[in-house]
Design a protein. Sequence first.
Length: 277
Amino acid sequence: MTPPPGYPALDAVAEMVERDLTGDTPARLFVLGLCGAQGSGKSTLAGALRDRMERRGVASAILSIDDLYLRRTEREELARAVHPLLRTRGAPGTHDVALGLAVIAGLERGEAVALPRFDKAVDDRAEESAWPLAGAGTRLLILEGWCVGARPQAEAALAEPVNALERDEDADGVWRRFVNEALAGLYQHLFARADRLVLLAAPGFEVVRRWRAQQEAQLRARAGSHGAGVMTDAGIARFIQYYERLTRHILIEMPGRADLTIDLGSDRAVLAVHSRR
């Protein structure tokens, strides 16, 4: 999806980044955190920002938290050892956060670094030979993902299930407490490396199912008959329940502290841009 000309989200984010980079002496790696619900346009905005900054002479790269998912075998082991719901990628606890920190550390040293890639069509990490390279001297890293910058919930908030998945398959709360504890741990070290945090704020969780279905249709078209991991509509309805609790929490909690909050309509049109600066 290509952003329209004069896309206000791109203009606002680029202006903020350029202002910060201009005042950043000596030059160092600048990390922009970009958060938004599934289907909100994070990848589109990240790609457009990278391209704009590259045209302006700023070596840039993108790292999606989706590309840090644990391998399928690792998630299967978590499912056996902790809770069956951890077999499904998505929630905190199903990412290799140390890998993301290692990528950032390499870029901070000015090295060329291979950027991990996860193949959602087969639900497993891509072979390293397929990972693109962020060149030596990369100045801007866009760290994007549905839970980038998220903070854990209070323990009391975990008591009641938020949907049928939690009610029927996590009645004792083991899964959601594991997810919350994971988020409170190494994820906070990763998110703390972001110099700025941008939130693409959906109008509510209710639109996420439609947005996610649109994403899956695009993935299905690309994968064709080889897309064993591509979901049906029923699969999507179940899948987004893994994201619901934290997405709702983010939409309530993050706007008050994000450096830039971009309010979206149900059609993803930009309704307003709020800056804390």
